[in-house]
Ligand binder design. Structure first.
Ligand SMILES: [Zn+2]
Length: 344
């Protein structure tokens, strides 16, 4: 049987009391601290103290949300220049926390890039709009207006990001500003073309001489680089009396044989048309030109530049419509005209 002495019992009792007292007083101290202090985070940006926040997690979340979405749908992206540093602290209960204010300050220090759309004319940005629909509307208006012109501008849209920008206020005014110089340029071309449109005629004697002379003709091609987009003969649209050589607007058109220019003027569906009378009763037509480089009565050599590729008259794109006629009747140009017959 183990006996515990009274003395031992007594000291155990004292020890227990001391521990209990210590515990109670610690709890009391913590309670007092908690009652007069609160846990916060101090925020520093670029080493500068900005204030205290209640929740580091909440502030971080708000910053991330702002960086992702901004506060407007026009925002393309946002750059945060410096991230905040946090430190845990216990401060007196009456110390103010400034969660909202600090978030606002961080937002204001960001670089905000807005998504805008530039309308680009011949590789140059001419105006900015805030929506793709507005940009498309300007492009449609310009393209619609320049349908009838020989020299068209290339109009495109590009998405861009700007910190500051001036958006156009009136779509129609913006479209008109783009159309005006295109119109002016085309009117200048028409004027130039019209100076060639003379009432001159080639003397009948010359034409008769050409028709009756012996023909040793070797027709070359009107443009040096091309894609044939429509051949001679029956097509869905009807009988095609020539062959279409598509080439970029302004490509030089060459006489395909020696001859005399008998027409350099507007001829309805042909648009601006050059006709050349060759020996032996042959005639060639070069249609839809953008402008002329010859005049009625000119004697031309094979290879001479007589006009430039256009899309005038009944045409859906820049090309040279070539016709070869014998005694007024059309012949398939591909049976006679060949690059092998080129003069150079
Ligand atoms: Zn044609």
């Amino acid at each position: 049987m183990v006996r515990v002495s009274n003395k031992a019992r007594l000291s155990a009792g004292i020890f227990g009391k001391v521990v209990l007292t210590a515990l109670i007083s610690s709890i009391a101290i913590v309670a007092i601290v908690l009652a007069s202090y609160k846990p916060v985070y101090s925020v520093q940006i670029d080493g500068e103290f900005k204030g205290y926040v209640n929740s580091k997690v909440q502030l971080q979340r708000s910053i991330e949300e702002y960086l992702q979405q901004g506060d407007s749908e026009k925002v393309g992206y946002i750059l945060l220049n410096s991230r905040p540093d946090y430190e845990f602290e216990l401060v007196k209960k009456d110390v103010e926390t400034k969660d909202e204010e600090i978030l606002l300050g961080i937002k204001e220090s960001c670089d905000v890039y807005y998504r805008v759309y530039a309308v680009n004319v011949n590789d140059e940005d001419v105006c900015l709009v805030e929506s793709l629909a507005d940009a498309q509307s300007i492009v449609d208006k310009v393209n619609d207006a320049q349908k009838k012109y020989t020299k068209k501008a290339s109009v495109k849209i590009s998405e861009q990001y700007k910190k500051e920008y001036d958006a156009v206020k009136d779509i129609q005014v913006a479209a008109n500003d783009i159309i005006a110089p295109i119109k002016k340029e085309n009117e200048a071309i028409v004027k130039k073309v019209q100076t060639y449109t003379s009432s001159k005629t080639v003397p009948q004697a010359i034409l008769d001489a050409l028709k009756s002379s012996d023909a040793d003709l070797h027709f070359s091609l009107p443009v040096s680089s091309f894609v044939i987009t429509s051949r001679y003969g029956w097509r869905r649209s009807g009988y095609h009396t020539g062959c279409d050589y598509a080439a970029p607007l302004g490509t030089p058109i060459h006489a395909i044989e020696d001859g005399v220019v008998t027409c350099a003027e507007w001829k309805g569906n042909y648009g601006y048309l050059v006709k050349i009378q060759h020996a032996g009763g042959f005639e060639t037509y070069y249609a839809h030109c953008s402008r002329f480089a010859c005049d009625v009565g000119d004697t031309v050599k094979k290879g001479d530049v007589i006009a430039y590729v256009g899309s005038t008259g009944n045409s859906t794109g820049p090309h040279c419509h070539l016709e070869i006629r014998y005694d007024g009747a059309t012949i398939d140009p591909q049976t006679l005209a060949s690059a092998d017959n080129a003069s150079i």
